[in-house]
Design a protein around this ligand. Structure first.
Ligand SMILES: *Cc1c(COP(=O)(O)O)cnc(C)c1O
Length: 365
């Protein structure tokens, strides 16, 4: 059985998912008495000077790591991904009430459906007919010039694809869900109107989305929009309009410090590419396992694979679990297998998985 320090298994969960061991150890050490404050972060007033510093440092380190330009606000908003599906149209679908969506999987589709409640949300491209195994290549002319925004999901957690390019939308602000890719590789923030991500995939425990928004997109909500769902209220109050998700912000802050300590996102990106390549290379060489996704669109974070036989897939997932390789089942909507290999998955986890896959292949030829 594969085991790590503290008898920890290798956890390939798509979310909530692994956090760096160094961060968990720091959180554990801080738990009863955070840096001499005499309190746990869980018990702290969000208006205290200690917590204010935690939140400010988290934002500053995030800005530094992602090289976020000064004309962007960083917001920590409760509610995760689905709240963003609604907040985006509520805040941006305000002029022509048109928005163009590229449908690359479950999450993009859900966001699109949500936006239809508020205006003319149009699917301008989709790979659904091929079970989302690739990502459409769109051009500027494919977007409606008068759309209030265009929307994409950069990394498709369930189907294991990613945009390997950032669409040119001209003057139409581009909104992107980067939940499952957050800080896994370098990205040019200035290409986006909004870049948001749920915390629980690559950053922190569940309960929060990080929203990076260009300032000129703030303050456009209709008056009847609930106060909490207006990005401007969060921007004007440094994400402390109400009690923020303190614990999640704190852990995210520790993850950002950890990323800085290893050399930043560029270093993380190299490690992620190496990990993903190892796993895909093995799958491509295997006679039993296949990756159904178009090679150029393969995700670095969520590696989807199948044997072609659903019963054998189930057997694989069950036996892997016995060996300490857990959460390898594909999303309940598509079956097969999925190894989510986020930032915090060590390379040894990939090595163990490949070793186990080879053994399974030999036994099940
Ligand atoms: C998980 C996920 C979501 C949904 O997030 P919730 O916090 O569960 O609402 C949305 N988009 C992507 C890309 C995801 O991976």
């Amino acid at each position: 059985m594969y085991k790590q320090k503290y008898d920890r298994v290798y956890n390939f969960s798509a979310g909530p998912s692994v956090l760096p061991l160094e961060v968990l150890e720091k959180v554990q050490a801080d738990l009863l008495n955070y840096e001499g404050s005499g309190q746990s972060v869980m018990e702290m007033s969000h208006r205290s000077k200690e917590f204010k510093k935690i939140a400010e440092d988290a934002e500053a380190n995030l800005r530094e790591l992602m090289e976020i330009p000064d004309n962007y606000k960083v917001l920590f908003v409760q509610g995760g991904g689905h709240v963003q599906f609604a907040m985006v149209p509520l805040n941006l679908m305000v002029n022509s009430k048109k928005a163009d969506y590229i449908i690359t999987g479950t999450w993009a589709k859900k966001a699109w459906k949500e936006a239809q409640k508020f205006g003319d949300a149009k699917a301008i491209a989709s790979s659904e007919e091929d079970k989302f195994t690739w990502v459409p290549k769109v051009k500027k002319e494919d977007f409606r010039e008068d759309a209030d925004y265009a929307y994409i999901c950069l990394n498709n957690t369930i189907y294991g694809t990613r945009f390997n390019y950032i669409p040119d939308t001209g003057d139409v602000p581009l909104v992107a869900d980067w939940s499952s890719g957050w800080m896994s590789e370098k990205i040019d923030v200035s290409k986006f109107g909004i870049l948001w991500g749920g915390a629980q995939k690559n950053v922190a425990p569940a309960g929060m989305a990080i929203v990076v928004i260009r300032e000129d997109l703030l303050g456009k909500c209709a008056p009847e929009v609930p106060t909490y769902l207006d990005y401007k209220i969060h921007a004007d109050n440094d994400s402390m309009y109400n009690t923020p998700p303190c614990w999640t912000i704190y852990v995210a802050g520790e993850v950002f410090k950890y990323l800085k300590s290893i050399g930043g996102i560029g270093v993380m990106e190299e490690m992620n590419k190496k990990k993903a390549k190892k796993l895909y290379d093995y799958i491509d060489s295997s006679e039993l396992f296949k990756a159904p996704v178009a090679v150029e669109d393969r995700s670095l974070m969520n590696v989807v694979f199948v044997t072609g036989d659903p019963d054998l897939d189930k057997k694989f997932v069950a036996e892997a679990r016995e060996e300490g390789l857990i959460n390898l089942a594909g999303h309940r909507s598509i079956g097969g297998m999925r190894a989510s290999i986020y930032n915090a998955m060590p390379e040894e986890g990939i090595d163990c998985l490949i070793e186990f896959m080879k053994k399974f292949e030999a036994e099940n030829k």
